[in-house]
Write a protein that binds this ligand. Structure first.
Ligand code: ADP
Ligand code: ZN
Ligand code: ZN
Length: 757
């Protein structure tokens, strides 16, 4: 009888061990083992017992049979990995660079000793009618927070406690008050349940507009024809994209298929989730950061067993192991949070295409400001493009004006608000309408420098300038280091040491100075340390508890504010000056989103973009809400500079505790690439034929931020239109690194990075 052997990846994150090892499958285990199972094996000279994953089973003995060891047994409680997950992990490993075990761990949820978090739920005890009459009463008494909860209770019988304290911003005291008077009951559970009970009032199904219908029909028809594809739905917020997703999902579920919906964590609002819950009842589940790892694992198990049809979550929900996935939806596909920041640095959009092809599923992307990548693929015909042009709930796009700050200064206006913005703010305050002021920066002021000698206060651990906070301390935004603000310049002793540029706190102060009595709310990295505080500020603003909301980029997402009729962007340029090839795209997205915040209700909105570069194409096209023209200019720039998506970029990042050895390693790796025959040949060819080389190398250099947390960072970039070529360079460098026992250095790869380092 023939023997069978298993290829096993050992569960140790070590580059040297990043290949399969072959083991004999003992007779008694022969019909118990399958690929993907977690097994115990003896390993190394000491035959230490460790865990590993079977990635293949066969009858060909690849090494000396006499030296081959046997599998000891199955890890009963281990996670078994599906074939498709192994294939996906292998693809991620190859295309983004990591060890196989790192890739497997990305794809497969860690089996945790399921430590369940306690979840509290609020349940309505009184009847709906009684709650409605209480609601009227608390509205009369202006108990806004209490009213918010009562309002919600008229629609839902049960609501998760965290949502009430977080997203609805109701205090624990107010909740207990309602409990005491017998309106609600607080129930404690240790299992995560859907916030909406099955049978809750179901979402009113809309009759799709012809444009919506065409999208949904095409996706479903092509799926049924066995030709699932990738689709891009380009439509402003409110144009009905979510309604299209839900229709497609509903039809997929009717076919017995499952769906994954990716939404950036910041946009996973109560309202969005409720729409899905109401439509799909308890066949839908959420995977978000409030779940413990054990609970995430549970959700995956439920998906595997077919207990749910739809999962909603951020990036990692893509790996939910559904038995028969039919569609993946990626909403706000342009969001940079879809790219993983740790190794393997995969992009969920690209990886979703792989997942879709493994399952024969459709992929639907949606955005108001599509990524250059997605739109470029649509232009090339690789993705089918649909455009939704109108807002379905009324609400005109706001009228936008650009205020040239240079002209303001010439006219003698030295305030941070242009004259037009001042007038409009005054008008809104009089009319009791709300305004949003948006700045692309946080902290009281930007960097602190000496006006006499130019010395800039920097973090001693990171190569970035410190920012001044109102408590009088200087802080580092990378590592959190802080020190008291010096009264004298540490270099020259001058007293003229101060900050420049406006931050959210300074805007708030100026605003109060100009409009005494104005009620403000401020939202930035400092006021939103926790996710709950973020939701609380948004809810308070939505409830009219302030006239003006001042904030950084985080205010442009999520909630709808129907009473906002004015948006002011205070310094549109700040994000343009970032030393990064995506800065124009990011600026365009931010400005478009910010401007789109005005006029969501019945009254028309106005937006003012203040800038020093009024002629910049990202600013002009955002003011006109003109994506197509922005795209045409931006793609030209990418083509000229050979930047993604026109070409591909591989960042090789070297981290080291020791500056000199990091520098040396970076130079060594870069030279290795330069010295290869084909690189040299490519270079001479390109000179001879006077054409661009197929591949080029930039650097190495210390990174823009040369040091973070006392770790030095170096980087070099490889550019090529041929992704495969970059993958092979990565493979070569990975092998080189494997053969070297790096002690104080670490090397990471980042394909088509979101930020230059
Ligand atoms: P998006 O996802 O593009 O922001 P939504 O799907 O959330 O857009 O739709 C915006 C609003 O329009 C929602 O209130 C939704 O209920 C409503 N809506 C969407 N499609 C229709 C339709 N076909 N008929 C009526 N209302 C619709
Ligand atoms: Zn000085
Ligand atoms: Zn620091």
């Amino acid at each position: 009888m023939t023997e069978t052997y298993a290829d096993i990846i050992v569960d140790i994150s070590h580059e040297k061990l990043d290949r399969p090892f072959q083991y004999v499958i003992p007779k008694e285990l022969e019909d118990k083992l399958e690929t993907g199972m977690c097994v115990q094996i003896p390993f190394g000279t000491g035959n230490r017992v460790i865990k590993g994953y079977i990635i293949d089973i066969g009858t060909v003995c690849k090494i000396d049979r006499a030296k081959m060891k046997s599998i000891l047994g199955v890890v009963e409680k281990g996670v078994s990995v599906e074939d498709k997950q192994i294939a996906l992990a292998a693809w991620i490993r190859k295309n983004y660079g990591s060890t196989m075990i790192q890739a497997l761990k990305t794809v497969v949820p860690a089996k945790q000793s399921v430590k369940k978090l306690e979840h509290k739920t609020i349940e309505r005890v009184m009847t709906k009618e009684e709650v409605i009459s209480l609601l009227g009463e608390s509205l009369r008494k202006k108990q806004v927070a209490k009213a918010r909860l009562l309002q919600e209770l008229t629609e839902q019988e049960t609501i998760p406690y965290e949502w009430v304290t977080g997203k609805l911003a109701v205090s624990a005291q107010a909740i207990h008050g309602l409990e005491k008077t017998g309106v609600i009951r607080i129930v404690s559970t240790t299992s995560f349940r859907n916030p909406v009970r099955f049978g809750a009032q179901s979402e009113q199904r809309k009759t799709l507009s012809p444009a919506q219908q065409e999208i949904a029909d095409t996706v479903i028809q092509e799926y049924l024809d066995g030709m699932p594809s990738t689709y891009l739905v380009h439509g402003i917020t409110g144009s009905g994209k979510t309604e299209v997703y839900m229709d497609i999902i509903e039809r997929m579920v009717a076919l017995g298929k499952q769906a994954i919906v990716l939404i950036p964590e910041i946009a996973l609002t109560y309202q969005t989730l409720l729409r899905f819950y109401r439509r799909f009842g308890d066949r839908v589940s959420v995977m978000n950061s409030t779940l413990s790892p054990g609970e995430k694992y549970d959700q995956c198990e439920r998906a595997k067993k077919g207990e749910i049809d739809v999962i909603i979550g951020p990036r990692s929900a893509l790996f939910t192991p559904f038995p028969d996935l039919g569609v993946i939806v990626i909403d706000e596909e342009h969001e940079s949070s879809y790219k993983s920041e740790s190794t393997p640095k995969y992009h969920a959009r690209e990886t979703a295409e792989k997942v879709a092809s493994l399952y024969g599923a459709s992929l639907v992307l949606g955005s108001a400001t599509p990524s250059l990548e997605a739109y470029h693929r649509a232009e090339q015909g690789k993705v089918k493009l649909f455009t939704l042009k109108e807002r379905l709930t009324g609400g005109e796009l706001p009228e936008v004006t650009i205020a040239d700050l240079r002209e303001e200064l010439k006219a003698g206006n030295r305030s941070i608000f242009s004259r037009e913005l001042q007038e409009l703010l005054k008008d809104r305050l009089e009319k009791k309408e709300q305004s949003i002021l948006f700045i692309n920066r946080r902290g009281y002021a930007g960097f602190i420098s000496c006006r006499a000698c130019g010395q800039v206060m920097k973090c001693p651990h990171c190569d970035v300038s410190l920012s001044e906070h109102r408590n009088g301390r200087l802080m580092c935004h990378y590592c959190g280091y802080s020190e008291p603000k010096p009264t004298l310049c540490p270099k020259c002793g001058s007293r003229y040491i101060s900050g420049f540029r406006a931050g959210t706190q300074q805007i708030e102060e100026k605003l109060i100075e100009m409009f005494p009595g104005v009620r403000t709310l401020r939202m930035d990295g400092d006021t939103t340390k926790t996710k709950d505080s973020y939701e609380a500020i948004l809810s308070a603003f939505a409830n009219g508890e302030a006239d003006v909301l001042i904030g950084t980029q985080m205010i442009v997402k999520g909630h709808d504010f129907p009473n906002v009729t004015l948006v002011g962007v205070l310094a549109a340029d700040l994000s343009l000056s970032a030393n990064d090839y995506r800065s124009a795209e990011r600026t365009f997205q931010l400005l478009t989103q910010a401007v789109g915040r005005a006029g969501r209700g019945t009254r028309p909105g106005r937006a003012i973009i203040q800038t020093y570069q009024p002629e910049h194409y990202a600013v002009c096209h955002a003011a006109n809400q003109d994506y197509e023209n922005f795209y045409s200019e931006e793609i030209l720039y990418r083509e000229l500079g050979d930047y993604p998506p026109a070409s591909h970029l591989l960042a090789v990042q070297i981290y080291s505790k020791d500056e000199a050895s990091g520098d040396a390693l970076a130079a060594e790796l870069a030279n290795m690439v330069r010295d290869t025959d084909w690189f040299q040949k490519e270079l001479t060819e390109s000179i001879r034929q006077k054409k661009k080389p197929e591949i080029s190398l930039l650097g190495p250099t210390p990174a823009t931020i040369g040091k973070i947390n006392d770790v030095f960072r170096f980087v070099f970039y490889l550019k090529s239109s041929n992704y495969e070529k970059l993958v092979s360079i990565k493979d070569m460098l990975e092998e080189k690194i494997q053969n070297r026992q790096l002690r104080t250095e670490m090397v990471q790869f980042d394909f088509d990075p979101m930020n230059t380092m």
